[in-house]
Structures are given as structure tokens and as C-alpha cells.
Ligand binder design. Structure first.
Ligand SMILES: C[S@@+](CC[C@H](N)C(=O)[O-])C[C@H]1O[C@@H](n2cnc3c(N)ncnc32)[C@H](O)[C@@H]1O
Length: 413
């Protein structure tokens, strides 16, 4: 059967007065049509440096709104260095770029290969971004996210969730790919979005989905998907200004009632047409070294010396937390991260029946953080002048992790 022409399809979702019903528009086109149109849009852009690569500084009048929205997302998202973050509907990739600058590991996803090509170009041509840990991947199948179960710490939808055809299906997917305790953060328009003049124009001209965001429906679907918490952001995008006298009264807690009123009005206006919120998956908020699947680390020996008379080995190591959770301090008991050290002679005999455990730090080491640590160990004389020392990271009572490093000691040095 032939696909309906664009004109025939438009007749299904446009009433006699020209009003477009977004629900009918969604039904009128298959996923592939939306992919093609999103792609066409990005492919018609001649020079992305004129607009797209400047985001969020692309237009003076939009920049404040984008940045204040981003600030709200940062507050809700409780991001940490090393977090793996899905930037869902990433477009030309500004948000992924910003997250990578904050030492997170963004994965930009989009249905448009054109948008993704642009995002990759943005990153590759940027001297700093090109060295960061950023990935871009295409969504090729409707209602699916091309990532493994429990593989990410956060999902962000920045002005993208109102474009999907099936919100409930994507909430299921977000829940699936989030690790326990993970968060999905949304920066979206409000419940009347599809009716605004701008949305009607976009749908009429380009047949893009400009759906409404009904928080109650989303929360009901999110709970069915397994999310256990929701929090809404109330924030004021535009600062109010007062005169100096008013300001000085304000810091004493005596803001003029008129200022409170204006502030309230502004908040209300913003709450009408914006929905910035976070959904929480059950589990500890952030992984820690108590969980084996959150562990990852790199060790590198930067200096070592051996005092033969006292039989003291001193080694300085660079340690990097490459896992998804923070390392608990060395004295924290279960899940505390230490260095496990053992030494062995040429015949393979071990110096200690159980490795000795040496402290890494008395504070937490967040995901993505690096530390330089110096350890000392007394090597039993029975081992003789030639021996090998092996050092590895250990999360106490949980697991050994990271590739072990070796230090060979012999009289020759
Ligand atoms: C308004 S743009 C926002 C882009 C980006 N988040 C930003 O802030 O610049 C919406 C993006 O969502 C993408 N998109 C539309 N439908 C999508 C879907 N079903 N799944 C994933 N991305 C989609 C579009 O290709 C586009 O890049």
C-alpha cells in the first residue's frame, strides 16, 4: 500500500480551522518519516558555526533562558565527575560538550544522523572537546535507547522529550538503562505547548511532533516503568531588579510587598509553560565502592625506592577512580578502598599470607577523580635481594579491582 502523501496525511490531523491536533499528527506518520525530517532539517544547515555551534550563546534573548534552565538541570541532576550521562535528543551537542567540560562522560543520542554528524564535527574541531570522553550514537529503532541495562548514571532530556511519539515507552527505556539510584532529568515545555502559535507553525510547516507535557500522565507512566520519586523545579529565569534602597531593605528581610508580588507573578508565568523535573530510580543515589559493579580504577607507579638496610619499600602511585561510584575513605570498613600489596621471591613464595592493606585517602575519592599516594612497606628479609612487589586496588570485603602494577627490586636497581 502506498504511503499517504504529506498533503493527505496533513488532512488527518488538521481541522477545518487549520488547528493541528498533535496526537493525530503522531498517528499520521511512521517513525521513519520523523527521522527523515529531523535529518533533512540538520542537512539543510550550511554553516553550523553561525548558529548551532554557538549554543547556548547563539541568541542574546534565548541565552539567559537556556542557561537558567541548564542551571536548574544541574541542581536537579546532582552530577559528579565520571558520571555517564545520556544527552537524549542531543542535536548539535552543546549539552554533551558542557557535561564533558565538567568531567562527566556524556553519550549524545539522537534520531538524526545529520544532527549527530554535526555534533561529532563540533567536538572533533574543538581543541579541548576533542580530547574529552564524549560519544554520539543514533537511535535507529523507535521507542528504544541503544544502551545496555543499568549502564548509565543520568539521562537528560533538554527540550527533546516533547518530540517523542510515545512518552511511556521512552520512560521504560530510561528506567532500564539507568543504574540503581540513577536520575532522569527533564527540561521541557508545559501542558499547552502543542497549542502555541510557534508549535502550530512548526507542525504545519515541518510536521514535527510538538507534544504537550502533562506531568500527571508522565508521573503515572514513570511509576509503571519503576521510577520511585519525582521532584519539580520552581525557579525564576529572569532576575528582578530593585533600586539600591529596596535591595538594602531586602537583605534585612524587608523586601517591598510589590517586589514579592512581581516575583510571584514571574514564577507563576514560568511554571505555566515550563516543566523542569527529575525522576528517580530506586537504589542508593550514587554508587559507591560498596558495589562491585561500580568499581573501576587505574594504577601507575611514578616513583619507587628501596632501602636495603631497613628493607623499606617506598612507592608513589597515581590512582584514578574510573568506576561509576565514589571510593569510600580508607577507614570506612565495608567498601573502603585501600591498596593491597604483596611481595614474592624468585621462587614465587609470598611475603605475606594475606596481602597487607595500605590506605589510599581519609576522604572520599569521587568518580573521575585522581590521587597521588605514597605507600611504605617493610619487606621480610627472607625474600632476599631480588623480589617482585604487586599492588592492586581493593574495596574491603567487596572486590579487588583495577589492573595490578608490579615493582621489581634487585640490587642492580
Ligand atoms: C529542540 S531540539 C533540542 C536539541 C538539544 N537537546 C538542544 O538543547 O539543543 C530536539 C532534538 O530532539 C531530536 N529528536 C526528535 N525526536 C526524537 C526522538 N524520538 N528520539 C530522540 N531524539 C529525537 C531532534 O532530532 C533534535 O535534535
Amino acid at each position: 500500500m502506498n504511503q499517504p502523501t504529506r498533503f493527505e496525511a496533513a488532512a488527518q490531523y488538521t481541522d477545518a480551522s487549520g488547528f493541528i491536533d498533535v496526537k493525530k499528527l503522531i498517528e499520521a506518520y511512521p517513525f521513519e518519516d520523523h527521522v527523515r525530517r529531523a535529518d533533512e532539517y540538520f542537512r539543510t544547515i550550511d554553516d553550523p558555526w553561525v548558529h548551532h555551534f554557538r549554543k547556548p550563546y547563539h541568541e542574546i534573548h534565548d541565552t539567559a533562558a537556556t542557561l537558567s534552565g541548564f542551571a536548574a538541570v544541574l541542581k536537579l541532576g546532582k552530577f559528579k565527575p565520571g558520571h555517564v550521562i545520556v544527552d537524549f535528543g542531543c542535536g548539535a551537542g552543546w549539552l554533551s560538550a558542557a557535561l564533558s567540560m565538567m568531567r562527566c562522560k556524556p553519550i549524545g543520542l539522537d534520531i538524526s544522523e545529520g544532527g549527530l554528524d554535526m555534533a561529532r564535527r563540533f567536538v572533533n574541531e574543538h581543541p579541548l572537546l576533542s580530547t574529552q570522553d564524549i560519544r554520539f550514537e543514533a537511535i535507529r529503532k523507535e521507542k528504544s535507547v541503544p544502551l545496555d541495562d543499568a549502564s548509565v548514571d543520568r539521562v537528560i532530556c533538554f527540550d527533546s522529550f516533547h518530540h517523542v511519539s510515545d512518552q511511556a515507552a521512552y520512560l521504560n527505556e530510561f528506567h532500564r538503562v539507568l543504574a540503581p539510584g540513577g536520575l532522569a532529568i527533564f527540561h521541557e515545555p508545559g501542558p499547552r505547548h502543542s497549542r502555541t502559535d510557534q508549535s502550530q507553525l512548526e507542525m504545519r510547516e515541518f510536521a514535527v511532533i510538538e507534544n504537550d507535557i502533562f506531568i500527571e500522565d508522565i508521573w503515572a507512566d514513570a511509576q509503571k516503568a519503576g521510577f520511585v520519586g519525582i521532584e519539580m523545579a520552581v525557579f525564576n529565569e529572569i532576575p528582578l531588579t530593585v533600586d539600591l534602597k529596596g535591595f538594602n531593605r531586602g537583605i534585612k528581610g524587608l523586601l517591598a510587598p510589590w517586589t514579592y508580588y512581581k516575583l510571584g507573578l514571574q514564577l507563576m508565568r514560568q511554571m505555566n509553560d515550563k516543566r523542569v523535573f527529575v525522576l528517580r530510580k530506586a537504589g542508593p543515589l550514587d554508587g559507591s565502592s560498596r558495589f562491585a559493579d561500580q568499581l573501576g580504577g587505574r594504577l601507575e607507579v611514578v616513583e619507587r625506592s628501596f632501602e636495603p638496610e631497613k628493607r623499606i619499600l617506598t612507592a608513589t602511585l597515581n590512582l584514578a577512580n574510573q568506576g561509576r561510584g565514589h571510593w569510600l575513605p580508607s577507614g570506612a570498613g565495608f567498601g573502603a578502598v585501600n591498596l593491597g600489596l604483596n611481595a614474592s621471591g624468585p621462587d614465587g613464595a609470598k611475603a605475606y599470607a594475606d596481602a597487607i592493606h595500605l590506605p589510599v585517602a581519609s576522604e572520599e575519592t569521587t568518580a573521575g577523580e585522581s590521587r597521588r599516594v605514597t605507600v611504605k612497606a617493610e619487606i621480610p628479609w627472607q625474600l632476599g635481594p631480588v623480589f617482585n612487589v604487586e599492588i592492586q586496588l581493593v574495596s574491603e570485603h567487596v572486590a579487588w579491582f583495577g589492573e595490578p602494577v608490579q615493582i621489581l627490586i634487585s640490587p642492580e636497581g
